[in-house]
Design a protein around this ligand. Sequence first.
Ligand SMILES: [Zn+2]
Length: 539
Amino acid sequence: MLRIINGEVYDPIHNIDGEIREICVRDGYIVSSLEGGGRTIDAAGMVIMPGGVDMHCHIAGPKVNTARKMRPEDHRRDPVPKTSITRSGVGKSVPSTFATGYRYAAMGYTSAFDAAVPPMAARHAHEEFSDTPVIDKGFFVLMGNNEFIMQQIAAGEREKLRHYVAWLLQATKGYAIKIVNPGGVELWKFRGNVHSIDDEVTGFGVTPRQIIASLAETNTELRLPHPVHIHCNNLGIAGNWQATLETMKALDGQPGHLAHVQFHSYGGRPGGLFTSRVPELAEYVNTHANLTVDIGQVLFGDTTSMTGDGPLAYMLHQISGRKWVNVDVECEEGCGIVPIEYKDKNYIHATQWAIGLEWFLLVRDPWRIALSTDHPNGASFVAYPQIIRLLMDREYRKEALKKVNPKAIAKTSLPDHDREYSLFEIAIVTRAGPARMLGLGHKGHLGVGADADITIYDKQEDKEQMFANPRYVIKEGQVLVEDGHIRQETYGKTLFVSPSYDVAVEKDIREFFSKYYTIEFENYPVQLEHYLPRPHEVK
Ligand SMILES: [Zn+2]
């Protein structure tokens, strides 16, 4: 039992904006009152928020693990020694599983979702999840270049598509439908890519637009907790804002989440320098309530780009000349990995940095925007407190602006914005909003019945310091972090969905497996009892 008294509570889902309230916890959940003993934390002068929820990051699975192997120089710069409580690991842009869990916890984040796992690698992702301490987690299943899915869309087999998607989510114990560069990753296997959302995916007779619309419809029909999660075509390419706008239109009013929009908001001509087209895109989001976005903010420094978007990784490798990995996943997906260093004097990098901040400042409804760096693509998740300071502190932002490429900044709307986020709005974009977008009714708030995932910060002028060093982090009612130190180790739950389907579809899937896969149909599904030590089905 735990009682937290005298703290300023920020709980946007219940419209509580800095009121002094008492929070009571019993058996891992928030309760209305407590009788008897237990610990009391006096949070006078402190800020209380629900635990942070990262809705888009890359922390598990073969892509992340390949990046770990690829970057020994990354690990050498950031060893994480063991303590009497925590295990050893390495940090930097692709931290080991243990360091990932500890660092999220130390920053007050208690849930995180890996945004791109190929179905065939689900087992691997779950194994890493069971080795990632503290946080609750889940992953999104890549479906935008899946051959079976494209065949059903081309054949107009809507029902079969729906049953297959439900089967795939069950088989992988995944959380949501993810689309990455729909059709483009498949074409890349033949050295191509798609350039507009109406290009045909050769050999399949479908277009990216059809893939997006069909999977969005399927998502709605299956009543999944999170809308279809989309990484648009043409990431990182000048002029891609049009494909992004067309993708939003292709949803035709259906719910959809656009991932790391910063990387998809570029004007200019392909191959040339790019400009910001955030004002047009943000206005479209402002006027279409079916859309949500996360940012994919870039921060300056060295990191690792990793993506299910194979052709994009090849482009980055060509531009930077740095080492590159490309992986094909049979019948399903692919991925690419390249180290990248964002430099403040570089015109393109400075434009990307400004574009992310423009998104934060131009979307009016904070409930439809989530803070992310697309970890580690734009920067490591440990940089979130720096982004919070850039949003909350206008003077700090103005000083930061002076240090980056002035020509790039002058071409964006960033110098015109005076908006400052409040603590209430930060609580929305870092926990309440992402939890709501993910359909997690028990997270992102401090109401009765919610998971007792709570972060308590010392109120400080320097918001980066404040959010980087919470005073207490409580997970399921246990005080895990106190004064910057992890006091005990726990393992969070794995969140997954389990939509029902007509088992008759298995006949077709089985046939597809026997023809094209190197793995047997029977060996494909993840066994819940072996791979999810703490499973939690979300309905
Ligand atoms: Zn991503």
